[in-house]
Structures are given as structure tokens and as C-alpha cells.
Design a protein around this ligand. Structure first.
Ligand SMILES: [Zn+2]
Length: 82
């Protein structure tokens, strides 16, 4: 599931509906793209998490450096990696 894609699909749907009801061109096409995005966001499988080749390491989510798996503070940027 891709929740951001599903939420974006709802936003596109309502924006397309607004354009369609306002009589502006291409509103209907944009309104059709919203449900496609929403359904794709619900049905697409999650991508597998990215892991370093060494199983004792993980990536810091802030600086993307490889750090030890049990690190509470990233030695590169000083922020908590989880
Ligand atoms: Zn870091």
C-alpha cells in the first residue's frame, strides 16, 4: 500500500471535480486520474526496505551513512537514526 499515492489520488479527484464543475477544460480527464491513483495506491505492494550489504549495519535516516545496528546516536550527524 502506498498511502501517499492514495491520498494524492483523492486530492486530484476533488481538484478534477472542481475543474469539471467549473467548466474548465480537461477537468474530466484529471477527475478520472484521481481514482486510478487511489486504487493504485491501495493495490501496489510495498517496496522492500533498503538494507546495507553488511547485516550489522543500518542506514541513518537523516544523513544516509551506514552506522552500527544498535547505535542510539548517529556518529556522523549526531541525530537519533530511528
Ligand atoms: Zn546520521
Amino acid at each position: 500500500m502506498w498511502p501517499n499515492l492514495a491520498a494524492g489520488g483523492l486530492i486530484v479527484l476533488f481538484f478534477g471535480l472542481f475543474l469539471f464543475l467549473s467548466g474548465l477544460p480537461f477537468g474530466f480527464v484529471i477527475m478520472l486520474a484521481g481514482p486510478i491513483m487511489f486504487v493504485a495506491g491501495l493495490l501496489l505492494p510495498d517496496s522492500p526496505p533498503v538494507r546495507p550489504l553488511d547485516p550489522t549495519l543500518k542506514y541513518c535516516r537523516f544523513c544516509l551513512n551506514e552506522i552500527p545496528l544498535d547505535a542510539k546516536i548517529c556518529p556522523e550527524c549526531g541525530l537519533p537514526p530511528d
